[in-house]
Write a protein that binds this ligand. Structure first.
Ligand SMILES: Nc1ncnc2c1ncn2[C@@H]1O[C@H](COP(=O)(O)OP(=O)(O)OP(=O)(O)O)[C@@H](O)[C@H]1O
Ligand SMILES: [Mg+2]
Length: 490
């Protein structure tokens, strides 16, 4: 259609309702700050300073960078919602896509966004989005009125750079909160601390590769790398390409193979179990940290598995990257490939989790001797003690000399090593399990029943009493017919 000579009528969005709607895109404080920092990195900043200042209801946040900055026209353009077209090509290092982040991330947390910027060779400039003004006037208009020197001064001594100020943080502290309100202050500080952890994770490659330094309240933050690359016990899988994207799987070491400090470090923000899954990077920027992308569920026994996926920004639309840069969906045609790669890594992960990695580190070709064995019959599974285990042989010798001791030792070893984890895993895999003695000769049950029967008889109990006793005793309660016919034994 050529759209010439057709009837039209204007249906522009109402500024006041539209701009309030921007607030509901679903950022949280951490993801919102990360979006602002994306812009600083795209503007080639080397140093980025995140600061928060507690002043009760008048608290504020500033993010300062020493990137290329903007002149007046560029700043006005940057403040415009939809500043850039989402379908435009972006340079490889550009973390932006929608031309919205600066606005949506900011409005999700505050009612007043001030951006001050200085481009080399230009005077510093600032503009304000004041939601109260937009609400009152219904106009898509930036405003400028005097702002505190403490903001203006942030660009002093900088050749170029940008400051984003979030004022009227109504989503973080209610406006009438007093500075002296200690409880509110604690809550505020706790939220800010989470920001620091989130930044250390989201931008760990930039920090680790010394592309940028990020400071929180003046202190440089250290990167949080999810893959424990420096630990010798970390197992890395070969890379695999999925179209233009690349996967690389890691199985982190079992707890027993790393120090307490490293174990604590690796648990990240959400804890070991929650941090399993894919780590999806857009460029060097982490978007999803521990998510199975709807392909698997998170389960305790896969908690050592983390798989890196690297996406170039040219795949944004194929992978359905959202405005917050916090979700991604693998294209349909690659799902099977991703799933099958992940399965291999997950299988290894479960092995390390269950066997503490020992099975994988066979020393001198020595055969590993498990104490418990998994025995499969059809679709059903049972766990049996390995009769060939050297310790069993030794216990038999000991039993000849000190039977009580031998039995006690055996019981202790069974108690201590019950393969609870494996049972738990198999349970969730929906494998059937046997009832006691279901798959084997029950002769020994009979022997034990009759032994107990005789002994109890000798101690003066009658048949009826003994049957009741046995019917209430594991595992004999599973064999009522054997108990019933007890008099016919021999
Ligand atoms: N700190 C900054 N330094 C220099 N330029 C900036 C800075 N922040 C924003 N800009 C400019 O403003 C534009 C709009 O930023 P905004 O975050 O709204 O959108 P985007 O980054 O292009 O895309 P996205 O919506 O995906 O974040 C950027 O493309 C950039 O040109
Ligand atoms: Mg952006």
């Amino acid at each position: 259609m050529d759209y010439i000579n057709i009837e039209t009528t204007s249906a522009e969005p109402y500024a006041s309702s539209m701009i309030e709607t921007f607030r509901a895109i679903g950022y949280n404080l951490e993801t919102a700050i990360a979006d602002i920092i994306d812009n600083s990195i795209s503007a080639f900043a080397k140093n980025i300073f995140f600061n928060s200042e507690w002043r009760g209801g008048k608290s504020f946040i500033t993010i300062l960078d020493d990137g290329c900055g903007m002149n007046n026209e560029e700043l006005i353009q940057a403040m415009r919602p939809g500043a850039k077209h989402p379908l435009n090509d972006r340079s490889d290092n550009d973390l932006g896509r929608f031309g919205l982040g600066l606005k949506t991330a900011s409005f999700s947390q505050c009612r007043k966004l001030i951006v001050l910027s200085k481009k080399k060779g230009y005077s510093p400039i600032y503009w304000i989005w004041d939601l109260d003004y937009v609400n009152k006037t219904g106009k898509w208009e930036l405003v400028r009125y005097p702002i505190p020197d403490e903001f203006v001064n942030l660009l002093n001594n900088k050749e170029s750079g940008t400051v984003v100020v979030w004022d009227k943080l109504d989503r973080i502290v209610s406006p009438d909160t007093l500075t002296s309100n200690e409880i509110a202050k604690e809550r505020f500080l706790a939220q800010m601390d989470k920001v620091k952890q989130h930044l250390a994770m989201t931008f760990h490659r930039f920090i680790g590769e010394k592309i940028v330094k990020i400071y929180c309240w003046g202190h440089e933050i250290n990167p949080w790398n999810p893959f424990l690359l420096d630990e010798p016990a970390t197992q890395a899988f070969p890379e695999e390409h999925i179209g233009q994207a690349v996967m690389k799987g890691y199985v982190l070491p079992h707890k027993s193979h790393i120090s307490k400090e490293i174990h604590k470090y690796a648990e990240g923000i959400n804890g070991w179990s929650n941090q399993q899954g894919f780590y999806v990077y857009r460029g060097k920027r982490l978007m999803l940290a521990g998510d199975w992308l709807g392909l698997f569920r998170k389960e305790e026994h896969y908690k050592l598995v983390r798989i890196q996926i690297d996406l170039p920004n040219s795949l944004d639309s194929d992978w359905q990257i959202d405005i917050k840069k916090s979700t991604a969906r693998p294209p349909f045609e690659y799902r099977d490939q991703i799933k099958s790669y992940a399965k291999t890594v997950r299988n290894r992960g479960v092995e390390v989790f269950r066997h503490r990695g020992k099975i994988l580190t066979k020393k001198n070709q020595q055969e590993f001797q498990p104490f418990w064995l998994e025995k499969k019959q059809g679709k059903k599974l049972s766990f049996v003690i390995n009769r060939n285990h050297l310790m069993i042989t030794e216990l038999k010798h000991l039993a000849k000399l000190e039977p009580d001791k031998a039995i006690e030792y055996l019981l202790r070893f069974i108690e201590e090593t019950v393969p609870a984890k494996s049972i738990f895993i198999r349970e969730s895999e929906d494998v059937g399990t046997f009832e006691p003695f279901e798959s084997s000769n029950i002769e020994i049950v009979k022997i034990m029943i009759s032994q107990i029967y005789k002994a109890q008889k000798e101690s003066g109990k009658n048949s009826e009493q003994i049957k009741i006793l046995l019917a209430n005793m594991e595992p004999f309660n599973f064999f009522p017919e054997l108990i019933e016919s007890i008099e016919d034994y021999d």
